[in-house]
Ligand binder design. Structure first.
Ligand SMILES: Cc1cc2nc3c(=O)[nH]c(=O)nc-3n(C[C@H](O)[C@H](O)[C@H](O)COP(=O)(O)OP(=O)(O)OC[C@H]3O[C@@H](n4cnc5c(N)ncnc54)[C@H](O)[C@@H]3O)c2cc1C
Length: 420
């Protein structure tokens, strides 16, 4: 049983949790008003939605639920894998957010959404909602890879695509790899969480291995026809800094794994790795499936591009789980969607017409310990879709130390904004 689950159950038995007895917690759970929004998922989307709901309308009661007591963020975990950062620096709690905005934060698993009763179900009891925001992140489509399973495969071939133990496992495998060993990384077909993320990981692993294991190499099996983001700049970085070390192979989809041999198969060839970083294809988190908000593609959640309301009335989906047109699945996007869902859900609840939003997204990628590059995009609603606004964003001409500094500053601001 996880620590967060245990502490919730302990609280239910009457013991203290976060300085509050279960009785006062339960009283907190009584709506302060007629209207309560429950937000499930305290990541980049959910924590921001909860905060901005309270900032825009303090008369609305907000309950934020996450299965964990602290949030470990994914951005900058590629630096953890390269030994440049401690995972603790990626970790934030909810105490300040809860106290400053009078948000009731519950560390528990939501096991189901009862759409008829308008309740979320947890091991400690059911909680009523007027409206529900889901920002539960992603899950993996292991069923599309022969020989793979969600329990055993990540222990042998870590994905490190959800931050925490998986990040540390890949880090330790890389550090322990034999001299001259081979890392095999597989990248799924888009869309997936953080389009430039795999290529940043290639760069930072290469930076690390060049210093500690110079005869090693990285074979990148990319299911996509080309590098999915910042292609020109990643190619230049690998050519200039990691020539002979990075072997990038486009249009190579891993269809089978042989766990006991630590090997992957593309149909054309079987490749053995000393370390295998298998990033599987992705889909919305399990709770989205249970709540019935996943679309006909069986993967992601279609939503109104204005209110983020899903196919189930009263349930709004944001972040990586939702389909937001051309917006990438990123922390920056989830943050923007959190703000929009707060404003436009309140507009609907308060009888006002919601406004069509515009969004910005900027994604930074490091190519070595100091230098980074960004890609920026502006997005607007056109009909039923969110589209990229041409010539409103773009790429820099090269990676620079200045962008490395800006990336660190952006990330600190993101963590501060969601936790205070
Ligand atoms: C290696 C890597 C690097 C990245 N770098 C960047 C970057 O530089 N810039 C950028 O913008 N993005 C980056 N991203 C992407 C970013 O991390 C995600 O897009 C972002 O986390 C999505 O936010 P979210 O709120 O949708 O989901 P998450 O952040 O995953 O949050 C979901 C939360 O929901 C909780 N939850 C789920 N189900 C339940 C349940 N049933 N009950 C209770 N709680 C539940 C989980 O515990 C979790 O805390 C990166 C991702 C990776 C993997």
């Amino acid at each position: 049983m996880s620590t967060s689950r245990r502490s919730f159950l302990r609280s239910a038995a009457g013991l203290a949790l976060g300085g509050l007895s279960w009785r006062s917690r339960a009283e907190n759970l009584l709506p302060r008003s007629e209207r309560r929004v429950v937000v499930v998922g305290g990541g980049f989307g959910g924590a921001i939605a909860a905060k901005y709901l309270r900032l825009h309308d303090p008369s609305v009661d907000v309950v934020l639920i996450d299965r964990k007591t602290t949030y470990i963020a994914c951005p900058f975990t590629n630096r953890v894998i390269a030994g440049l950062r401690d995972l603790a620096e990626n970790t934030v709690g909810y105490d300040e957010l809860a106290a400053r905005h009078q948000i009731t934060v519950l560390p528990t698993e939501v096991t189901a959404v009862d759409t008829a009763a308008k309740q979320v179900v947890t091991p400690g009891g059911a909680i009523n909602y007027t409206r529900l925001v889901l920002s539960p992140g992603i899950d993996f489509r292991y069923d599309e890879i022969d020989g793979a399973d969600p329990a055993r495969t990540p222990e042998i071939m870590p994905h490190a695509w959800q931050a925490g133990e998986q990040t540390l496992l890949l880090r330790s495998q890389l550090a322990a790899m034999r001299s001259g060993g081979t890392v095999v990384m597989s990248i799924p077909l888009a869309p997936f969480r953080c389009p430039p993320g795999p290529y940043e990981r290639v760069s930072l692993m290469a930076w690390y291995l060049k210093r500690t294991n110079p005869k090693s190499k990285i074979i990148v099996l990319d299911a996509n026809p080309d590098i999915a983001a910042k292609a020109r700049l990643f190619r230049a970085a690998w050519q200039q800094m990691y020539k002979g070390m990075v072997d990038y192979r486009p249009a190579q989809k891993v269809t089978r794994v042989i766990l006991e041999r630590r090997a992957v198969d593309t149909g054309a060839e079987t490749i053995r790795g000393d370390v295998v970083n298998l990033i599987p294809p992705q889909k919305a988190a399990p709770l989205a499936f249970q709540a019935g908000v996943v679309g006909d593609d069986g993967k992601w959640c279609p939503v109104s591009q204005i209110t983020f309301e899903s196919r189930v009335p009263g349930i709004h989906v944001i972040g990586d789980s939702c389909i937001a047109g051309a917006m990438p699945k990123s922390a920056f996007s989830a943050n923007s969607q959190g703000k929009v869902v707060a404003l436009n859900m309140l507009a609907v609840m308060n009888g006002r017409e919601p406004d069509a939003p515009a969004h910005v997204n900027v994604c930074y990628s490091y190519v070595n310990d100091r230098e980074a590059m960004s890609v920026a995009g502006l997005y607007r609603v056109l009909g039923d879709n969110t589209v990229f606004v041409p010539q409103a964003g773009g790429l820099p001409t090269s990676y620079t130390e200045l962008e490395g500094i800006q990336a660190a500053s952006w990330f600190n601001n993101m963590l501060r904004e969601m936790s205070s």
